[in-house]
Design a protein around this ligand. Structure first.
Ligand SMILES: Cc1cc2nc3c(=O)[nH]c(=O)nc-3n(C[C@H](O)[C@H](O)[C@H](O)COP(=O)(O)OP(=O)(O)OC[C@H]3O[C@@H](n4cnc5c(N)ncnc54)[C@H](O)[C@@H]3O)c2cc1C
Length: 244
């Protein structure tokens, strides 16, 4: 870890130096939603350095094995072999959220190599990019990779106006921020998508975030708007569960 910075009240950024310099490379053909899976120790478990997943698994019982949490690469820094990850801080006692609140420059964290599945289609007539605090990095990266003349609508739901982030999208991109306040996560997004004026012909959609909202929006695009299945990239990044 080379830097840790509080970006907003509910967003914390870490910059990781990587021993695998290709993880920090990017280019026009790279996936815009590339993410790493951090391997975090549960409870008070510590692992011997250098970390070796196979050895850890062979030596320790399953309860002590690392837990995986996925985080999107917001920025690649090939020159310094670093990657930037942004963490949405939520109120539940999550392993990753607790870890990132405590982490300090100089700390290390193992992760599994980046993977991703999306890059905006160059020929789309209109892009719809929809996300929340957890998929902000992926949505922003996709928006920033759009061809200069592309038409796009970006819908992002965050806690409040304090959580908005700069997105360097091309001129014909409409960026709409929704402030969740006391609404259940994803409900504003699902409602807003229903009311958007969008072309159906040539529409490509990227919808990632809270699982129930993603499912609802995907269903709406497929069944109410007739967007072909292969033009929709949709996945749940986390699942809202009611407070006990
Ligand atoms: C491909 C992919 C990429 C992702 N990229 C990012 C990213 O760049 N930044 C980011 O912040 N997240 C990202 N996420 C989401 C992140 O992995 C989850 O939010 C994860 O559950 C957080 O782990 P945790 O240990 O803090 O909480 P967990 O231990 O997983 O969960 C503990 C409790 O917290 C709740 N919870 C989890 N996440 C949230 C949340 N965001 N808001 C409210 N309650 C929550 C759970 O429902 C559960 O009740 C990504 C997920 C995927 C699948």
């Amino acid at each position: 870890m080379t830097q840790v910075r509080q970006l907003t009240p509910r967003r914390r950024r870490v910059v990781l130096h990587t021993d695998t310099p290709e993880d920090a490379r990017t280019g026009p053909d790279a996936d815009t939603d590339a993410y790493v899976r951090l391997l975090l120790a549960p409870g008070n478990v510590t692992y011997p350095e250098p970390f070796d997943l196979d050895r850890v698994k062979a030596a320790l019982p399953g309860e002590a094995w690392p837990r995986m949490r996925s985080y999107t690469i917001r920025h690649h820094h090939p020159r310094t072999a670093e990657i930037t990850l942004d963490f949405a801080l939520h109120d539940r006692d999550g392993l990753a959220t607790t870890w990132v609140r405590r982490v300090r420059p100089g700390d290390t964290v193992p992760y599994l190599q980046p993977r991703g599945t999306y890059r905006p289609a160059a020929h789309a007539a209109h892009h719809l990019l929809v996300g929340d605090d957890t998929s902000l990095s992926a949505v922003a990266a996709a928006a920033e990779r759009l061809p200069s003349g592309a038409r796009a609508t970006v819908l992002l739901e965050v806690d409040s106006a304090h959580e908005e982030q700069p997105v360097d999208a091309p001129a014909k991109t409409d960026i709409i921020w929704l402030h969740r306040g006391t609404h259940r996560a994803g409900t504003l997004l699902a409602d807003a998508v229903r009311h958007l004026h969008l072309p159906t012909q040539g529409l490509h959609a990227f919808v990632h975030g809270e699982t129930h909202a993603v499912r609802e929006i995907r269903g709406h695009l497929l069944h109410d708007r007739g967007v072909p299945r292969d033009r929709i990239s949709a996945s749940g990044y986390w699942r809202h569960t009611p407070h006990p």
